[in-house]
Ligand binder design. Sequence first.
Ligand SMILES: CC(C)(COP(=O)(O)OP(=O)(O)OC[C@H]1O[C@@H](n2cnc3c(N)ncnc32)[C@H](O)[C@@H]1OP(=O)(O)O)[C@@H](O)C(=O)NCCC(=O)NCCS
Length: 153
Amino acid sequence: MPTDSFVPNVIGSALRDNRAMEYEAFVARHLDGVLRLCRAEGWPSFPADSSRALAVLTAPGVVTVVAVEGERVLGFAQVLTDGAIQAYLCNIAVALERRRQGVGRRLVQEVFAQSGAERLDLISVSAADDFYQGFQHRTFPGFRIYPERLDSN
Ligand SMILES: CC(C)(COP(=O)(O)OP(=O)(O)OC[C@H]1O[C@@H](n2cnc3c(N)ncnc32)[C@H](O)[C@@H]1OP(=O)(O)O)[C@@H](O)C(=O)NCCC(=O)NCCS
């Protein structure tokens, strides 16, 4: 299983306009930036409980990579992995002002590589389809299943 011990803190960097975009393993000081990105997307699950979000983003079997410029978190991607075969992309977001600059693609490449898995599944939204089409891929019908409600009579 992946752990912080084999995910280097600074994974790589790319220069843009003389500023370095660094790709780093997520640590607690990145949490506020990740929550800001989630709020900007209208994603409630992480901002609703920041302690839970921190636990989820650093849980066993989770790889989370952030794109940072200086101290600002401008993107993140979170993957669940069995460490060898199968991984699942749970979340990816890039700040609006840094989109279409290759940040999202690099985040996918970084989390996938760090996951150690052979394949990466995900559920897309139609607005992101063109982004995922750019990777070598196959498409399948997707489902998200929720717990069944047990009606009490
Ligand atoms: C999807 C998302 C992560 C892509 O991040 P990004 O940094 O803009 O993506 P990249 O710059 O790496 O894009 C790589 C390629 O994907 C394609 N692509 C990305 N966004 C696209 C868009 N909105 N429309 C068409 N093609 C797109 C392009 O081919 C692009 O290469 P190009 O800019 O040289 O043409 C970003 O748009 C985002 O955060 N969206 C909101 C959150 C979201 O929808 N997450 C995914 C939920 S399933």
